[in-house]
Design a protein around this ligand. Sequence first.
Ligand SMILES: [Zn+2]
Length: 243
Amino acid sequence: MERINPKLCLASYTTMILIIKNLLKRFLSVFFPFRCHVCSKNCDFGIVLCGDCIEKLKNSLHKPEKVTDTATDFDIYTMSSYSDFPSDLVKIIKYRPSKKLAQILAKTCSEQADLKSFFKQDDIVIPVPMHEKRFEERGFNQAAVLAETYVDYVGCNYSPALIRSRYTKPQASCNEKERTTNLDNAFALDSNLTKSAFKGKRLIVIDDVATTGITLQKSIEPLKELEPKEIIALVVSHSYKKI
Ligand SMILES: [Zn+2]
């Protein structure tokens, strides 16, 4: 009786699975076409950012650099300067909205901005919080996605230490005067915090963008009560807009 070679069997089985996978991908691409969320180029099923746009993103990011034109009492660092691409991407993530795109942005920032050399192991990373109502509308907080991904990459500490204590209008839809007061008392410390864990530590507050720095300034105010060694902020993009 002829013996069946198990290695050959496994090879043909793997090839068959690959063929089925490719057919399924083609089928899904026909009925559920995927496009790059930035340039609208046709992509394979499940791909939200095309290769060209990933390259553009990589080329627009750099190591965190201190922002010099915001009126905050702490330092803000940005990972992109004078480039519209990352801020356009942030807008698309917000208004589309796409958690997957936020994760790609966060992972690319972690690698391209070399966050392992910027963060220290005992830093505590804190995202700018989002109000529950907006969270329900959007399904995710992009600042938290960024912060969690940075922490996973670097291996330091993460804490959702801040909460949004009241619902506010988006800063972008406020006039110049409203912007300065819109976020008054909008942030607070989470009531379940072990405050002593923050004492003497460097706290890094994470947001997607900084324009005037007001949102970051208002969000870090409650953190001062924790007596940290230092508070800084890190954003993907800064618009360099004067107050
Ligand atoms: Zn694209």
